[in-house]
Design a protein around this ligand. Structure first.
Ligand code: ZN
Length: 182
């Protein structure tokens, strides 16, 4: 049975560390961590979670199934376990979209991200995967990739006026037809 792990919050130094690569993906402790991260993200209605968010400084993140209550407009996606990723190319186009973070509760902000990225990573069975992500998937990938490099989404916000509360964000989502929300 997977365990719900405690989510680290902004101010915990683990969120500002550059995480080291995973050496042995088949290690039972790594496999257990992955199961716990999937469970923890689902319980928290997150669309992704990175290992530093459960106090493990390692280059692992999960792109969780969506949509969720926190991201009602998110497209349907399969769960991906991403280990030791590299972004190998990015689109010319950059787009601003709303993001939140399980480690920064109650806050949303407009964050510029590449519209598309190509990444290589290992899955939990140590297979090498090359995959293209676009739009919402690319946004989640870049957000989680930042986490394993000690960067949080507020570091990328261009203006303090583009930071709003969750309550105001939910008004935006329910009022408009999601041209801007991801
Ligand atoms: Zn986050």
């Amino acid at each position: 049975m997977p365990n719900q792990r405690e989510i680290t919050e902004l101010g915990d130094p683990v969120l500002w560390q550059i995480a080291p690569r995973v050496k042995n993906i088949s290690d039972p402790e790594i496999q257990e961590l992955i199961d716990d991260m999937i469970h923890t993200a689902a319980e928290a209605s997150g669309v992704g979670i990175a290992a530093p968010q459960v106090s493990e400084s390692l280059r692992i993140f999960i792109i969780a199934g969506a949509p969720s209550s926190r991201y009602p407009d998110a497209p349907e996606t399969e769960i991906r376990v991403v280990i030791n990723p590299e972004i190998v190319s990015v689109s010319d186009e950059v787009e601003k979209g709303w993001e939140g973070c399980l480690s920064i509760p109650g806050i949303r902000a407009l964050v510029p991200r590449y519209k598309a990225v190509r990444a290589v990573y290992r899955d939990r069975d140590n297979n090498l995967v090359e995959e293209d992500f676009s739009d919402f998937g690319a946004r989640v990938f870049q957000h989680e990739y930042d986490h394993i490099n000690g960067v949080v989404f507020l570091d990328r916000v261009e203006s303090p006026r583009e930071i709003i509360t969750e309550k105001e964000y939910m008004k935006l989502v329910t009022q408009s037809d999601s041209e801007e929300q991801e």
